[in-house]
Design a protein around this ligand. Sequence first.
Ligand SMILES: Nc1ncnc2c1ncn2[C@@H]1O[C@H](COP(=O)(O)OP(=O)(O)OP(=O)(O)O)[C@@H](O)[C@H]1O
Ligand SMILES: [Zn+2]
Length: 774
Amino acid sequence: MPRSRRYDGGYFEITAISSAPVEHVMSESHRDPSIGTHEASSGEGMVYWQVALPGPLQMLFTYGVPADVSARAGMRVWVPLGKGQRMGVLWSPAEKETEWVIKPVLSVLDDEPLLDEELLACLGWAADYYHFPLGETVLAALAPSLRQGRSLHELAWRILPSGEQALADGTLRGARQRALLERIAQTPQGVSESQLRDFPKAVRLRLADLGLIEPFEQMMPSTWPVLAEMSGNKLPAPDLNEAQSAAVSAVAACLENFGVWLLEGVTGSGKTEVYLNLISRVLAQGRQVLILVPEIALTPQLVTRFTDRLGLVPAVLHSGLNDGDRLNAWLAARSGDATVVIGTRSAVFQPFADLGLIVVDEEHDGSFKQSEGFGYHARDVAIWRARRLGVPIMLGSATPSLESLRNVSLSRYHLLTLPERAGGAAMPDIRLLDVRQQRMRGGLSDDLVAAIETHLLAGGQVMLYLNRRGYASNLLCHACGWVAECAHCDSFMTWHRGVNRLRCHHCGFERQPPSVCPNCSATLSPRGLGTEQLEDVLTGLFPGFGIERLDRDALSRVGELDRRLARIQSSEARLIVGTQILVKGHDFPHVSLVAVVDADQALFANDFRGAERFAQQLIQVAGRAGRASRAGTVLVQTHQPEHVGLNRLIHAGYASFAQTLLAERAEAGLPPVRAAAMIRADARDADAPRELLTHMADWLHEHLADPADSPLDVWGPVPAPLARRAGRYRYQLLILADDRPRLHAALSQLESWQGTRRTKGIRWSIDVDPVDMA
Ligand SMILES: Nc1ncnc2c1ncn2[C@@H]1O[C@H](COP(=O)(O)OP(=O)(O)OP(=O)(O)O)[C@@H](O)[C@H]1O
Ligand SMILES: [Zn+2]
């Protein structure tokens, strides 16, 4: 018999299940709720629960839940904490810890778990693996409004037998009361409060006091368009070529099993067609599909491609959505109403009803790794989930990460290759342009200008890649050497001429540029080419050809990227200038020339992943050329035409280049051959972070660098490449180990030795499998 109890001004339903078995059970490791068979202990009418609470602490907190309240792992609760209250998630039943007074929860928000056992286990694993507080980790799986404690229930009212009686007897006096009671009586299963707005609240409360109606809560309905309503308007699929068919058949034969499939297909080889074919098969089984894409690739064009071909509305999940849309998509994926979910990295923690396949497109992309806070890698979390669920996961890329290539060589992943472009287009011809001692106009050599002209006159589109937005990288005084620097970071300000602002790309600080040099009053001049300036230069050289710029600045307004992409697609714009945004999976059939304006910038990157990242960007941007009937040319401007790596990449190709890099990493004892974690510390005080990390390094050496064990190397501390950011001094310590268990043991010991993550104004964090070395 359900009972209702008043709480906090609202109503919530408590279902009496005192005799029901406890659903989730405690384990040795509190992190995995599915292992072990402890019964929850209960006393004084309470069942004790471990609750994951957001906050900096690694531990779980024990609270009591009344024994007659339905409580299962994965439900949200409000609990008292200190003087306030906080929302948490029931994690696992607990023994009563006698030395503490255990407080009861204030309320249970959900009447079914929002997160199922698989996802809870995944979150527990991720908290352990990434050394991040469990309570914070759990939040990643909840839509933003659910994190804030939004109820998934609506308040509703239903009539009681005495109410029926009162209507039949006609004993009710007030006309309003009678009207409301009649309205509620029409729907025996209940009417939601929102449908009763016409009646004052007092009238409802009066009827409730009279015992004629009762409040209860009902689940919010999902509003997702279901598959059946959409089908019938799918675009036809092309016939797959031999390599595509082979890839599809290999995975299709193993749809019921976990397996990681690396689809290494050259740019334009039709990887997306392989995904689509497999997705259709999984949908035909009535199961769901998750597609993870890089941040920047999640354009309306991509979503349209899936919508048109699959004949359904995918749920799209990314951080730019408003809370309402996000919740709606979250609910639809969880209920199974949305069968296809496309999202950026955070979607990897989405609950599903019945997930049958995961696709990670452009798996090498750095945006899958969150660099601040909870430093998870979405690809790796996705692989964990696929294993647990026993479903296949496909990683696709023309330029796979060294991590994935190594896993192929260790036979952990299956390799599938698409060696040629689909539809018969040839691979582009990549050439180096030696710009030493050449006349340069706005960063363009005469040879490049001539090539652009030839391609434009032949009717093609030309794309210029420059990974620096803004007009100029900085403003310089020729007379005294003054350069505009950020007041808060050790970096130069970028001049954005369009809005006439100096901006720091590291901390966002902005200011008006000085009209003359603040030092000597001479005139300032721009130095270092940015995309804005390149756009100006091209407009001057090739008037009338139409030019479009794609960079982060161009994307600040909603729909702007879409408009720009449409102008490119329609060939209204013949020249395209852009940063990394260009690199991601666009399919512009008329692009015949791609120019890499400044390769040198990236050749001398200051971290060990620099060469890999540069190679991926070069090959990806080159892959935008010659995708249809026009042959593609790629010209790379450099002052280092003899650079060994650059030449190997261009002449032997990415696969060969990557194998060389892997050998170098093995030689140097670096990831992915060894496991790595970066400890970062920052503070307003210049010395404090260095001292803390030195202290840690000493401790690690003393306690853990036992030469009898497999070696553990500690490098640093060194100042971060960006040594000061937003007014804080930054240092880092790199820890390398031959095997992961050893690394994780060291990190755990370090954590328990250090305790809190904030000491005397110093913040420190652990980044496992670091990608961004800055
Ligand atoms: N079997 C096929 N027959 C004809 N055309 C195809 C076939 N497969 C793919 N295509 C076409 O080839 C082009 C490239 O395909 P797609 O975008 O799937 O490649 P991709 O490998 O995902 O590319 P990239 O990694 O460069 O973004 C598209 O226009 C697509 O429609
Ligand atoms: Zn700054």
